[in-house]
Write a protein that binds this ligand. Structure first.
Ligand code: UN1
Length: 483
């Protein structure tokens, strides 16, 4: 796994710039492997990026929708054509297994194709007026310069779904990706440029979020952010004085309920994928497995065997089912939660420690605790790693009460063969998304995605809902005088 590191520059006003302080990324699968070299933009460069986005806004916001659609479609074509190469860089830098990384790149390509269509279906309406000789029309105008701040866990899909939507509706963008995974953001910006996006419409700045984001935010008209709830709350406070439009996709502590009548094998599959898939590093991942007592022991037995059998390994090793934890900070956090669970007296039935897979990486065995209670730290806070606990309950009502007893409300799931139990759970779940006999993670781009506060704020992303955030309403009354 050697070779020359990928070199990713910043893109400001159509120029690829290698000034700024150099920094490197290393593969979490093999810490001796440097994946990329990047350049942390200076505050002055951030200002230049914001000014470029402001200058480009007038022409782009008035650009022909066919032009926008063509650029988005071509970007999608490029991402799909290069999915193997982009996926490989993603897998090396983030640590998710190659199949998932290629799949995520394909998803990003499809997102661009979807928004190529949305650019043409730009919303708007013309209505009769209550007054004779008048008419009313409702237009959806671009918001302006959109600051896009994205995390490391979906380094191409999340930038794609924010940027594709922003551009479709005539906004310009500044992208500030996670410092752990800037590679895909560079490749995405290159794809947009190759597809014909004019200079300044998308600007990319790498570097310290603490230094750059407040500066960029002060010059932006909107912020779309995906990350932790605490970082989101902080950004919301920063945006308050200027009342800058803010969209936040934040943490989850997603319950998966398994009832006595569930199809047991399906429930085990759903739990396994939703909880440990992508090393548990998804805000939509299941982390509280709430199981009714009739099926509890059988479920735990089957699930434990499957969790123990999961093959953890290098992201590029075809045999791997789960890659490493993405970075040292996240690994330390995962281990801290394992310790909290042990201190609370939970019973460890799988994993619980780092493992040696023959590379110097952040490898943590998929971890499962049983005998946990909903009021324990393990079940209160987002872990964002391959660590989860089972909570035993008596029946559906206790399962619903337990699922609801949580500050976060992103996704929730239930495994049952009872239509009425599923419907009862669906109605009572406070989460923005409910999955029935399906993992809590794994979302589709043509429908709204988002949680309710404090898991989300400012409206959903993707699907038809994307237009709500990336446009501003204007209602026009015309007295044309024609009776
Ligand atoms: C998915 O579940 O397919 O950061 C995507 C996250 C989410 C994306 C989840 N914003 O995990």
């Amino acid at each position: 796994m050697t070779g020359t590191p990928f070199k990713g520059l910043n893109l400001i006003d159509g120029l690829w710039r290698g000034d700024g302080t150099e920094f490197a990324t290393f593969s979490p699968s093999d810490l001796d492997h440097q994946v990329g070299t990047y350049f942390a933009a200076s505050p002055a460069m951030a200002d230049e990026a914001a000014e470029a986005a402001q200058r480009a806004l007038d022409a782009w916001s008035r650009s022909n929708i066919q032009t926008r659609s063509d650029i988005l479609r071509k970007t999608g074509d490029i991402l799909l054509a290069k999915a193997q190469d982009i996926g490989r860089l993603l897998a090396e830098e983030e640590g998710k297994i190659l199949a998932d990384a290629v799949g995520e790149t394909i998803r990003a390509g499809q997102v661009f194709h979807y928004f190529a269509g949305e650019a043409l279906r730009h919303p708007g309406a013309s209505l009769p007026s209550l007054r004779q000789g008048h008419s009313v029309r409702v237009d959806y105008e671009p918001v302006g310069v959109c600051l896009i701040v994205t995390p490391w866990n979906f380094p191409i899909a999340i930038p794609a779904w924010k940027i594709a939507a922003a551009l479709a509706f005539g906004n310009t963008c500044i992208l500030k990706p996670s410092n752990f995974t800037p590679g895909c953001a560079v490749l995405l910006a290159q794809a947009l440029e190759a597809a014909g996006l004019p200079p300044g419409v998308l600007n990319l700045v790498n570097g310290s979020g603490r230094n750059l984001v407040p500066r960029l935010l002060a010059r932006a008209d909107a912020l779309s952010f995906t990350g932790s709830t605490s970082a989101g709350r902080d950004l919301l406070e920063q945006a308050a004085p200027t009342m800058t439009k803010v969209q936040l996709e934040l943490g989850g502590k997603n319950p998966l309920v398994v009832l006595d009548d569930a199809d047991l094998d399906l429930a085990v599959d759903v739990a396994l994928q939703g909880t440990w898939g992508q090393t548990g590093q998804r805000c939509t991942g299941s982390s509280r497995l709430i199981v009714t007592e009739g099926v509890h022991d059988a479920f735990v037995e089957k699930l434990t065997a499957r969790v123990k059998a999961l093959k953890v390994g290098h992201a590029l090793d075809e045999a791997s089912q789960i890659g490493p934890v993405a970075n040292a900070g996240q690994l330390a956090k995962d281990k801290e939660f394992i310790q909290f669970a042990l201190d609370d007296g939970c019973e460890l039935v799988a994993g619980g420690a780092e493992i040696d897979v023959g590379h110097r990486g952040h490898y943590l065995a998929p971890t499962l605790f049983i005998g946990t209670r909903n009021d324990m730290v393990l079940n209160r806070e987002e872990v964002f790693g391959p660590v989860a606990g089972v909570i035993k309950v008596h029946d559906l009502d206790e399962a619903i009460a337990t699922a609801r007893d949580c500050d976060l409300a992103l996704s929730s799931g239930i495994c049952t063969t009872s239509l009425s139990a599923a419907e009862r759970f669906r109605r009572r779940s406070p989460a923005g998304m409910v999955m029935i006999n399906a993992p809590t993670a794994g979302i589709e781009y043509h429908v709204p995605f988002g949680g309710r506060a404090p898991s989300g704020y400012g409206g959903a992303e993707q699907g038809a809902a994307a237009a709500d955030f990336f446009t501003e309403l204007k209602t026009t009354y015309t007295n044309h005088g024609e009776a």
